[in-house]
Write a protein that binds this ligand. Sequence first.
Ligand SMILES: Nc1ncnc2c1ncn2[C@@H]1O[C@H](COP(=O)(O)OP(=O)(O)O)[C@@H](O)[C@H]1O
Ligand SMILES: [Mg+2]
Length: 260
Amino acid sequence: MIQLQHVCKTYGEGENAHHALRNVNLTINDGDVFGIIGASGAGKSTLVRCLNLLERPTEGAILYDGRDITGLSGRALLELRSQVGMIFQNFSLFQQRTVLRNVTFPLELRSEKGEAARKRAMELLELVGLADLAERYPSQLSGGQQQRVAIARALANNPKVMLCDEATSALDTRTTASILQLLQDINRELGVTLVVITHSLPVACKICNRVAVIDHGRIVEEGATAAVFGNPQSPVTRELLANDDMLAAIERDAEKGQEG
Ligand SMILES: Nc1ncnc2c1ncn2[C@@H]1O[C@H](COP(=O)(O)OP(=O)(O)O)[C@@H](O)[C@H]1O
Ligand SMILES: [Mg+2]
């Protein structure tokens, strides 16, 4: 279980202070696919980066199974990071390494080298459906394939939690669906808790069992996905839903136009 208690994150100081997170309180249960949705600049990435201390909260506590991690450093911090995988919108692969050597990278950091690392990496590539592309370089892959490599790499340490920051935002609709399916399988079959950051309501609807809506650094609504989207309480959520309907309508009209 992950608990955020009164988490604040302020960038800069004095006149330049920017309050990216304001008194965030959230509980993410083991096995959740927990969505954090909000407009650009709302604080989503800051929130998720606090969960593995890529950013340190200015105030508040973040508890993993009851233990506050906000003060960790050195070995304990590395240990935390190995328990918390992360994937990004731009995939963040090592361009100079093959697919296989991207996936062995976290293992090498733990001094697992040679045949054992290779075998484990090949199992992970099998899991994400890319075993036959192990010797390629990232630039020789499609976006969806690159994200699969990133997912395999994130799983190399057997994390309990995986953070997904706009993981499908650079992908087309069909590729998005296949990556979401893979993430769902990882959640269900490996029991990995997922924290899914997205500005896309369809993405959140498709895989999240719970969602929180963030606006200007504050959580304005939280609950079971169907309840939040079916009966939104906050004006911000209603606006997100209205914008989404509007986008869907524009897309429909555009398609009709094409058909003549
Ligand atoms: N390193 C930083 N220094 C200063 N301001 C930042 C930094 N990172 C993010 N911000 C600001 O914090 C706010 C939240 O950013 P972010 O968490 O990236 O939002 P989101 O992911 O929802 O788009 C934005 O206004 C952004 O400009
Ligand atoms: Mg972001």
